[in-house]
Design a protein around this ligand. Structure first.
Ligand code: F6P
Length: 321
């Protein structure tokens, strides 16, 4: 099949670097004499025909901006066959020969349906701060989110140390402890609680009390949102140890901001590669980078559970406390 026109969309939670991926996919496609349609608001915009023809200038000066100029949305109704049929009709109506889908798990699930069930060529580009996509060492936005959270935690450390307190800091990650582990190690946190592993509140409290006896009074405990709420964990610590605690929930600040150089370059490489794969006739693939090499895996593999060696991080953090 010869390619004439591609569509690009971002879907699910935004991630810093998505704009760099849009820019790269657009300009790479244009340089290969393809036409580009920007699809707004993810799959929701697709079924509502929110489309715009993109030229070189449509993506000027966006590489350094967080968020996504295409806007994004979650679209659970895309799991329904009727919605998919409607989307396919619109894709055909606009003469779109293939899609670049920038997002995380939900985005890839929609890509699997469109490509496998309805024959629309789709290539996934991993855009999520959670870094929970298989077949790539890192996802676009994860590095920026980690650095944003780290900057905040470093500031919290100043007050924790000065006032000799126990602080529980909640970071993002519904099913993934990636951000928590990274910032835990990088900030010198005393404990990290992640959804992939059980934690023992009594053991933790025992360590805190023992530490206090040795003169170690300030503690930072990082919790990934999927493993429990910082508020609850702090209340449990106070109940068990009778020690005062404080809480900080970093929230959506972690999703914004100018992407790091690492995220911009990852996004730029992956956006271009996704278009190249479409031109080569690939479908239902997810692009990624493994050991700094561009790779492509099946979308089904990309959404399967990612095996992360959390224990190496957790053990090191514990040893250094
Ligand atoms: O995109 C990933 C993520 O940031 C998760 O870490 C978090 O649990 C979720 O999105 C929050 O989603 P929303 O912005 O829809 O509340």
């Amino acid at each position: 099949m010869s390619f004439r026109r591609i569509g690009i969309l971002t879907s699910g939670g935004d991630a810093p670097g998505m704009n760099a991926a849009i820019r790269s996919a657009t300009r790479y496609a244009l340089s290969c004499n393809l036409e580009v349609i920007g699809i707004f608001r993810g799959f929701l915009g697709l079924i509502n025909e929110e489309m715009k023809v993109f030229d070189h200038r449509s993506v000027s000066n966006i590489i350094s901006h967080g968020g996504t100029i295409l806007k994004t949305a979650r679209c659970p109704e895309f799991l329904e066959e009727d919605t998919q049929r409607r989307a396919v009709g619109i894709i055909k109506k606009y003469g779109i020969d293939g899609l670049v889908l920038i997002g995380g798990n939900g985005t890839y699930q929609a890509g699997i349906a469109l490509s496998r069930k309805w024959g629309i060529p789709c290539i996934g580009v991993p855009g999520t701060i959670d870094n929970d996509i298989n077949g790539t060492d890192e996802t676009i936005g994860a590095d920026t989110a980690v650095n944003t959270a780290l900057e905040a935690i470093d500031k919290i450390r100043d007050t924790v140390t000065s006032m000799e307190r126990i602080f529980v800091v909640e970071v993002m990650g519904r099913d993934s402890g990636f951000i928590a582990l990274q910032v835990g190690l990088a900030s010198g946190a005393e404990e990290v609680i992640i959804p992939e592993r059980n934690y023992d509140i009594h053991r933790m409290c025992h360590d805190i009390v023992e530490g206090n006896l040795r003169g170690k009074i300030s503690w930072i405990i990082i919790v990934a949102e999927g493993a429990g709420s910082a508020e609850k964990i702090a209340a449990q610590i106070t109940e068990i140890t009778s020690l005062e605690t404080r809480v900080a929930v970093l929230g959506h600040v972690q999703r914004g901001g100018s992407p790091t150089a690492k995220d911009r370059n990852l996004a730029t490489r992956l956006g271009a590669y996704a278009v190249e794969l479409l031109i080569q006739g690939a479908t239902a693939k997810a692009v990624g980078v493994q050991s700094n090499q561009l790779t492509a895996v099946d979308l089904e593999f990309a959404v399967s559970k990612k095996n992360v060696d959390c224990d190496v991080f957790l053990q090191l953090i514990k040893k250094l406390t």
